[in-house]
Design a protein around this ligand. Structure first.
Ligand code: SAH
Length: 384
């Protein structure tokens, strides 16, 4: 009986998401002498993040006594996959369930020889941007570093892309553009990003990581200094009046303060431009005057602009601008010298847009309603 209940509720601590110092402490906890702890932590790191080991028994460079001791106290378990969906265009989406049964999504968007994984930073979101479906979800909590890193591990497991390739790889880029506001969960996001960037493990360079924020202005500089990742700003409006309405966070950090933080973003240059995301909402923010105001607003910032066709969801208060309006808007932005790719809809058949799969799952037990399909949010530009 005792064994059976132990099996059902695994109380072992999970090593995923620990940094090297924490791993060193973990081996000492199971009896490893302090003098060899750093070396053992390095070996563990290599097994976990280079080889993608899920069992301690695989770790042949550790002696069997240590492997057994580790296995009795720790695990390398991944979150459960509640749903995995593959789109006809190759987009793949996972709904992951964590230990407390909360769920979050990640989406992989492949290109010819590479691809971006879109990772969530929170379950739900507190921001309530009016066009965003995640903002309609009630339950919100931060994901911890393990839960954030695990999204990457699950994706790499799914493609069997182990050991972590050093050259060409399918999952080559990361965009923090899933559910949640990463700069409201900075400590956990930063810890996870440091793990993912480590060259002896998953080894995704900071140049291939983009963090997208709705505009938590005071955290932006720190993000640049400490992590040096690419920055994307969800701009979506060119006046405080409209942005206050679309994105309530603007009332706290208005446009002038946000753009000032962008101007000071460490490492921004013509080779490393800041991405401004701009969702095209019919009759709301899509006029030629808006396009002109946009280029005026970001003058002097090394920037590219991503025009995102709005993914309408049931009950959404907006419609997507027409293709003609979007191309006229893009032409004005282009003429001002900015690259302005329009995001190609991906994963239309698998609810790949931010927050939709989780909402579908939360509702399914009660109403089993089906939700129309929408494209994913990941920009092509994030792959460059
Ligand atoms: N909180 C962060 C990251 C998550 S949202 C941020 O705001 O940047 C990722 C991107 O998808 C943001 O640019 C967001 O504004 C956009 N987005 C959200 N809902 C959308 C929708 N229905 N249609 C198009 N883009 C949407």
């Amino acid at each position: 009986m005792k064994e059976a209940s132990q099996f059902v509720t695994d109380t072992r601590e999970n090593l995923i998401g620990m940094n090297r110092a924490e791993l060193a402490r973990a081996v000492v906890e199971v009896g490893e002498p302090a003098k060899s702890a750093t070396m053992r932590a390095k070996q563990l790191w290599h097994w976990i993040y280079h080889h993608g080991a899920t069992e301690f028994s695989e770790m042949t460079s550790l002696n069997s006594a240590l492997r057994e001791a580790l296995a009795s106290v720790y695990t390398l378990g991944r979150p459960t996959i509640s749903r995995e969906q593959c789109s006809e265009d190759g987009t793949r989406k996972w709904l992951l369930k964590f230990a407390d049964s909360q769920e979050a999504e990640s989406v992989f968007i492949p290109e010819e020889d590479r691809g971006a994984l879109c990772i969530s930073s929170q379950v739900g979101c507190t921001l309530t941007c009016r066009f965003c479906h995640t903002g309609t979800q009630r339950l919100v909590r931060n994901l911890d570093a393990r839960e954030i890193v695990s999204q990457f591990l699950v994706a790499r497991d799914s493609y069997g892309e182990w050991p972590s390739p050093r050259g060409e790889r399918l999952i080559s880029n990361i965009v923090m553009m899933g559910m949640g506001e990463p700069l409201f969960n900075y400590e956990n996001v930063a810890k996870a990003i440091r793990i993912v960037m480590d060259e002896e493990g998953l080894s995704i360079s900071r140049r291939r990581i983009t963090l997208s924020t709705a505009g938590v202005a005071p955290m932006i500089e720190r993000c640049g200094t400490e992590l040096g990742v690419g920055l994307a700003i969800s701009l979506h409006a060119v006046t405080d009046e409209l942005r206050d309405e679309l994105m309530p966070i603007n009332r706290k950090y208005p446009l002038a303060q946000l753009l000032d933080a962008c101007r000071r973003y460490p490492g921004a240059s013509n080779a490393r431009r800041i991405t401004f995301e701009y969702v095209m909402l019919k009759g709301i923010n899509d006029s030629p005057a808006d396009a002109k105001a946009l280029v005026h607003l970001i003058a002097g910032i090394p920037a590219k602009i991503n025009l995102i066709p709005f993914n309408a969801w049931p009950g959404a208060p907006y419609k997507c601008s027409t293709p003609d309006t979007i191309s006229k808007f893009a032409a004005i932005v282009n003429a001002a010298g900015y690259s302005s790719p329009v995001r190609t809809p991906r994963g239309r058949d698998i609810l790949a847009a931010c927050g939709q799969l989780r909402s579908d799952s939360v509702r399914a037990p009660r109403t089993a309603r089906s939700i129309p399909t929408h494209p994913a949010n990941v920009p092509r530009a994030a792959l460059s």
